[in-house]
Design a binder for this molecule. Structure first.
Ligand code: F6R
Ligand code: MG
Ligand code: MG
Length: 367
């Protein structure tokens, strides 16, 4: 991975290390300890700026630095912050303390360790707007549909048709989480192939997006699959994504537009149900009804000289009220199916199941 001293890196690293009243919200003392640790790292010069927040029960560390992607010092810093926040959770008897910390020791980077991360190393444009998306009670494939619409659907992003800088289109890196293989496909010319893959949201996940004309990095998603890392399901993937905007990229409003449709995503209650993805302000990223419905928060930043100017809480806007109402209507409709598919996920994707025991018990009962 290219690492140069003049480039800036935006790292968004998150983990669920325990929360207040079930899987609801991060406790303020956990935020405090994370802020204290990152302040020290900023003073030492390791990072240049940071924002600590939460999306529901996930602690989010948003950091800028000049160390590049997958850097061991930055990942080590995040790991230590999560350990400290997990210790707070233990002290307070918070729920599922330390849940996403799958290993006892840190060994260089966070891949396979439990926390999720999206990172972009880039040369700063004169003015560089970024949007950090953070979701709770869902999985990384939840970004497939909106990212496709942002970077490949002219009915959503009209700039694809009318902005000369975008007119060549974008290429998508897609990860097959089962084979651990990455494909790079181009839109618009290979859009049917892209859709043939990314419609299977539990397996093929958009990982990165580049502008075709100059390979400008335009988006990155945390593609960690906790289920596959641990060999068994140990918690939601609750993904984050970074999307760049403006000046030859989709405008901020074009980036947000696909979220006006509360599409169905996997991960509601016990990681075993589909629910609508509801865009909310950060203060409303607190899942209640049936541990949901799944939420998404969008923090906008300008990045200047490796400093984070912001955040602007972008879904804190009445323009998304109708989407939220629609999401609740869909939530209601889906819930009426109770334990039946398609409200409940297919058997291969459920976090909780009793099917093997039930089948075992019924072996002697065949008629
Ligand atoms: C966790 C989540 C929740 C839990 C559910 C059961 O992020 O989404 O829906 O799966 O609350 O949790 P346990 O098994 O810990 O009682
Ligand atoms: Mg939790
Ligand atoms: Mg969560």
């Amino acid at each position: 991975m290219v690492t140069s001293l003049v480039k800036t890196t935006l790292s968004v690293i998150k983990a669920d290390v325990g929360s207040l009243v079930g899987h609801h919200i991060v406790h303020p003392n956990q935020i405090k300890v994370a802020e204290e640790e990152l302040s020290l790292a900023k003073e030492s010069g390791l990072i240049h700026d940071f924002v600590v927040t939460n999306c529901g029960d996930d602690l989010q560390l948003i950091m800028t630095h000049r160390k590049g992607e997958e850097n061991s010092e930055i990942h080590g810093l995040a790991w230590n912050v999560f350990k400290k926040a997990a210790a707070v959770a233990k002290d307070l008897g918070l729920y599922a303390a330390g849940q996403d910390l799958l290993s006892d020791t840190f060994s260089g980077n966070l891949k396979g360790m439990g926390p999720g991360y999206a990172e972009i190393e880039f040369e700063e444009r004169v003015s560089d707007p970024f949007i950090v998306f953070m979701a709770d009670k869902t999985e990384p494939g939840a970004f497939n549909l909106p990212l496709y619409k942002i970077f490949a659907d002219p009915f959503s992003t009209s700039g694809l048709v009318i902005d000369p800088k975008m007119h060549e289109g974008f290429s998508f890196q897609i990860l097959d989480v089962i084979e651990d293989a990455v494909y790079e496909l181009k839109a618009p010319e290979e859009s049917y192939d892209i859709l043939a893959l990314i419609g299977t949201t539990g397996r093929y996940i958009i990982k990165r997006v580049f502008r075709k004309a100059d390979r400008l990095i335009s988006a990155a998603v945390s593609v960690t699959k906790l289920s596959l890392i641990a060999g068994r399901y140990v918690g939601k993937d609750d993904p984050v994504a970074i999307v760049r905007a403006q000046y030859g990229l989709p405008a901020v409003g074009e980036v947000l537009e696909p979220f006006a449709f509360p599409h169905l995503v996997a991960g509601w209650m016990r990681g075993s149900h589909y629910g609508p993805l509801m865009p909310v302000s950060q203060k409303n990223a607190r899942c209640t009804r049936f541990d949901g419905p799944p939420r998404i928060v969008a923090f906008g930043f300008q990045i200047k000289d490796s400093k984070l100017i912001g955040p602007a809480d972008l879904f804190d806007d009445p323009a998304f009220d109708m989407t939220r109402m629609k999401a609740q209507e869909i939530a209601d409709y889906m819930r009426r199916h109770g334990p039946f598919m398609p409200e409940r996920l297919g058997p291969e994707e459920m976090e909780y199941t009793t099917l093997p025991q039930v089948l075992e018990k019924l072996k002697s009962r065949r008629v």
